[in-house]
Design a protein around this ligand. Structure first.
Ligand code: NDP
Length: 502
């Protein structure tokens, strides 16, 4: 705080004479319309809230940098990745997904893990989660899925029936459900979790060669989770515990960091891979594609103003820079539209001009003009159309991504890759989890699924059974279900199972 106090002004810069007493006729009122300071103050207050994000509403963020630690120029031409030791400013936002803006940080939910890189070729956003997979793989299902994670339209309560009804009718969700109901569904803090791109992306180099890649930000603080009892207690004790933890750690000078590891696959390998490399419900096994460490992210500065730097931060998986592009992943294709679209609604058509969102290391030169709240110079008197024979900016053809061959019929089609939806969830249960992880997983599931109708419990438990027989049996035992009935349902096709439990 400076010693010398500034003069309090209206939003238009005129000095305010008094901020304690409205202008009234007589000391008891009424208030006069001519109190323009009061009118301006109330009018602005009435408009303080902007729509909260429909998903990822509760979150926090911090500034920092990303440093390259390995030569990746043979894979990507992205300039911010072009040299070992090169640093780029970043802003990262962590969040829960389904809860409202005031909901508890300790809820069982995936955690958003979004990073904005302010590169010299424009802003690049990596909008991931703390899970390497997702519940669904077609964006047409996304609004329905999110409705089931939020509140019942009648009661306005969280509802176990709709939560499990949708998941049990969407078996591709089993891998993510298994991760969500492990203790990784309640990370101890945002510092103690990994971040994954989950989607596959395309990297391309200056020779026009391209590669499919997945990003893994591995926490250098170590993975730590809350058990369900600890999470329940934390929700009551401190609903903002993870927000507080990140802020306080940075204030103490304990800067959290993540190692960036990449999985990289050639197009030829992708054609032959045993899983569909673009199916977001699957991972690429580490043994098949060992992750390569290429950099490190450090967060070392707290925002000074939550609203301008965190609430107004707008990330989009469509924000690419030369050297990085989309893959055919269907869910990604839907997100390429939806994130920008939601920011247009939430913040307005000029959200990219806000200080947290605008590029810092390069200029913006384009033909977009006008719109609500355009607080740039709006292009001055330069041409606002292209092509033009004046001094307007020109496209740079050599940044184009290499073409990818596509073929097939235009129709509503599901994934046809031969590998099933259950194997990887089973591998996580059988091969990766410890006895304690499995014990906690079963308890986390049964204490939640027990609140759904019995027919839904049976249908969902059959899906656990399909991932792994023991997994299904232990859930059935925990819920007091007849294991024979569950096993019969597991034998059926999804359509028969849905009919038998309708
Ligand atoms: P590995 O057997 O080589 O490694 C296991 C991975 O699982 C590690 O990355 C570990 O993360 C992570 N993990 C440990 N416990 C959990 C948990 N409760 N929930 C989610 N992830 C956990 O993996 P594979 O590649 O052979 O894949 C086997 C299974 O591991 C997959 O089916 C998938 O469920 C899971 N997995 C795989 C990832 C991948 O990209 N291949 C990424 C994350 C999970 P850490 O090292 O950080 O502890």
């Amino acid at each position: 705080m400076s010693e010398e106090k500034k003069v309090y002004t209206t939003g238009f810069g005129a000095p305010v004479d008094n901020d304690q007493n409205s202008i009234t006729a007589g000391s008891t009122g009424p208030i006069l319309m001519q109190d323009t300071h009061l009118l301006e103050k109330l009018g602005h207050f009435d408009r303080e809230r902007i729509p909260e994000r429909v998903v990822h509403a509760k979150g926090t963020g911090a500034h920092g940098y990303f440093e390259v630690t390995a030569d990746v120029t043979k894979y990507t031409r992205a300039k911010f990745l072009s040299e070992i030791g090169k640093r780029t400013d970043v802003f990262a936002r962590f969040s829960t997904v389904g809860g409202e803006k005031g909901s508890a940080d300790a809820e069982r939910d995936p955690r958003g893990f979004a990073v904005k890189f302010y590169t010299e070729e424009g802003n690049y956003d990596m909008t991931g989660n703390n899970t390497p997979v997702f519940f669904i793989r077609d964006p047409l299902k996304f609004p329905d899925f999110i409705h089931t994670q939020k509140r019942h339209p009648g009661t306005n309560l969280k509802d176990a029936d709709m939560f499990w009804d949708f998941l049990s009718l969407t078996p591709e969700s089993i891998h993510q459900v298994t991760i969500l109901f492990s203790d990784r569904g309640t990370p101890r803090t945002f510092r103690n979790m990994n971040g994954y791109s989950s989607h596959t992306f395309k990297w391309y180099n200056t020779k026009g060669e391209y590669f499919w890649v997945q990003y893994h930000f591995k926490t250098e603080q170590g993975i730590q989770n809350l058990t369900r009892d600890e999470a329940t207690e934390m929700k009551g004790k401190d609903p903002d515990h993870a927000t507080r933890d990140l802020h306080e750690a940075i204030e103490r000078g304990e800067y959290p960091s993540w190692r960036l590891e990449m999985q990289i696959m050639t197009p030829e390998e992708a054609d032959k891979y045993r899983f569909d490399p673009f199916d977001i419900t699957k991972v690429w096994f580490h043994a098949d594609y060992p992750p390569i460490t290429i950099g490190r992210m450090v967060l070392n500065r707290n925002p000074q103003n939550y609203f301008s730097e965190v609430e107004q931060a707008a990330f989009s998986p469509a924000n690419f820079v030369p050297g990085i592009a989309a893959s055919p992943d269907k869910l990604l294709q839907g997100r390429l539209f939806s994130y920008h679209d939601t920011h247009l609604h939430r913040l307005g058509p000029n959200y990219h001009l806000l200080p947290i969102n605008r590029p810092r290391a390069t200029e913006v030169n384009y033909y977009q003009r006008d719109g609500f709240m355009n607080f740039s110079d709006n292009g001055g008197d330069s041409p606002n159309y292209y092509p033009n024979s004046f001094d307007g900016p020109e496209p740079q053809a050599d940044v184009a991504e290499p073409p990818v061959e596509v073929s097939g019929q235009a129709a509503r089609q599901s994934y046809t890759h031969p590998n099933d939806d259950f194997f990887q969830a089973g591998e996580l249960y059988r091969r990766v989890m410890t006895d304690e992880d499995r014990e906690n997983l079963i308890g986390n599931i049964t204490t939640h699924l027990c609140n759904a109708q019995k027919r839904i419990q049976l249908r969902q438990t059959a899906i656990f059974c399909k991932a792994d027989a023991e997994y299904g049996r232990r859930v059935a035992e925990g819920l007091g279900l007849d294991i024979k009935e569950v096993e019969n349902l597991a034998e059926m096709s999804q359509e028969e199972r849905a009919k038998a439990t309708s």
